[in-house]
Design a protein around this ligand. Structure first.
Ligand SMILES: Cc1cc2nc3c(=O)[nH]c(=O)nc-3n(C[C@H](O)[C@H](O)[C@H](O)COP(=O)(O)O)c2cc1C
Length: 161
């Protein structure tokens, strides 16, 4: 698949097959993700693999669609509000890079913000100086939903004088 096909065919996957995803594949996608742009080379992301014990405590209503792998992605704060926002933007690029790399090799992801609440931050041991950008469920899709239509892009383009 070329990159446009990967981007356009990616879906948020909410039902996974139980089969494990090879750790080395995940590592390769994380390495690709880390090539995300990041201002001042802050590399603000951290990945926490979520083990079964913690996962049960998160008490997600679908148990992350039975994904074999669940991880949290954190983004470090910067010295200023602007730097913190830049770091979050860089970490969002990191996550999307990961999602697309996985999808290009047949593995789906579910990016959810369920962990962001105070209680879940505690469960996930997120340090004070980090944002929790999301929880990623990763696995082979059991079901691939239809694309959700987007607003025609021309309606989103604005021209300044
Ligand atoms: C930051 C972020 C947080 C998200 N959190 C959730 C979530 O908590 N629950 C959920 O069902 N989907 C969540 N999603 C996935 C979106 O619902 C999904 O991307 C959107 O419906 C479009 O579907 P698609 O990704 O298949 O194109 C999140 C996506 C992003 C980028």
């Amino acid at each position: 698949m070329n990159i446009i096909d990967v981007i356009k065919s990616r879906r948020t996957i909410k039902k996974f097959k139980g089969d494990a995803v090879d750790e080395n594949l995940i590592l390769r996608w994380l390495e690709a993700a880390a090539m995300a742009p990041n201002h001042r080379m802050t590399e603000p992301w951290e990945i926490y693999y979520i083990g079964q014990e913690t996962r049960k405590k998160l008490n997600h209503k679908t148990n992350f669609g039975n994904a074999p792998t669940v991880m949290a992605v954190l983004s470090r704060h910067g010295a200023t509000k602007v730097e913190t926002e830049e770091n979050a933007a860089a970490t969002a690029c990191f996550i999307q890079n990961f999602n697309l790399a996985a999808w290009s090799e047949g593995v789906g992801t579910f990016w959810s913000s369920i962990g962001i609440s105070g209680n879940n931050r505690k469960l996930l041991q997120v340090p004070e100086n980090y944002d929790l950008l999301g929880i990623l469920a990763v696995g082979y899709p059991e079901e691939v939903p239809e694309a959700k239509p987007r607003t025609p892009i021309k309606e989103k383009i604005n021209y300044l004088p």
